[in-house]
Design a protein around this ligand. Sequence first.
Ligand code: APR
Length: 311
Amino acid sequence: MRRAKISIIGAGNVGATAAHWMAAKELGDVTLVDIPALDGVPQGKALDLSQAGPIEDFDIHLTGATSYEPTTGSDVVIITAGLARKPGMSRDDLLQKNTAIVKAVTEQVKRFSPQAVLIVVSNPLDAMVYVAHQVSGFPAHRVVGMAGVLDTARYRAFIAAELQVSVEDIQALLLGGHGDDMVPLPRYTAVGGIPLPELLPREKIDAIVERTRKGGAEIVNLLKTGSAYYAPSAAVTQMTEAIIRDKKRLLPCAAYCDREYGVGGYFVGVPAKLGAGGVEQIIEVPLSPQERKLFEASVSHVRDLIRTIKI
Ligand code: APR
């Protein structure tokens, strides 16, 4: 059987760590790509990681490159290229620089892997996935952003710590943009099937929601030199696995919504079915007036940001 071909553009913290998780899961052959000025770095990381194969028992090919030829015909391409946040910066502060980077990268992806599913990780996420969609011209179901899996993972980790239960038993849903106005939905959060509001008082849930919204900044402030990468790379690995193995997983993703949730043609976080075709379905859940208000505020922030982009 042909092994899946995965390319990761940007061999920095998120990209290289994603390659690590993917190798450990033997998801497919992985090519790491970075800029020519860093020639040797993606090659060195790929070689180093491939030498962990005999120890960790994974049997895939890892390649590093500073050109796109080795990515030809990829099934999934992950874009992590771009600047990461430093303390005091919002994700939106990265907008202009990362727009130029994501545009340049997407042009190459389109040329070398016209049939790929494209997963965008670069921030500000909802705007960068929009750029990748515009520039690639790919059908919207083959372009998706990684944010919700990470944000719900943070939310689930905080709930598990508060309740002292396994993270495995926490299922959660989160909507909206990947910013401080993201919308975790306690009503759609369950612990072993029990709705969260049955287990925690309102104030505790509010505090967890707030910490989740600021989860990225909490790590930026601790690291001081960059932003989170272990959980983001694990999140993009889970999405890649859902696509490569056609798992039809229901995961919160930044997916293109037109009539769905009344969004009107933007990428925002919604529950999506991920399989071999990319985003195979968007699931619409009923929202209370308060939840809808929060969702619309988050979407309107995404819209405002996108209006300022010059692609
Ligand atoms: N083509 C390929 N790679 C590029 C390009 C480009 N045009 N421009 C930058 N890069 C590379 C950088 O050289 C660097 O190796 O992208 C990599 C980014 O890695 P880090 O600086 O370590 O940043 P990281 O933590 O991986 O975050 C990457 O993901 O989570 C988001 O906000 C984060 O936008 C940021 C992105």
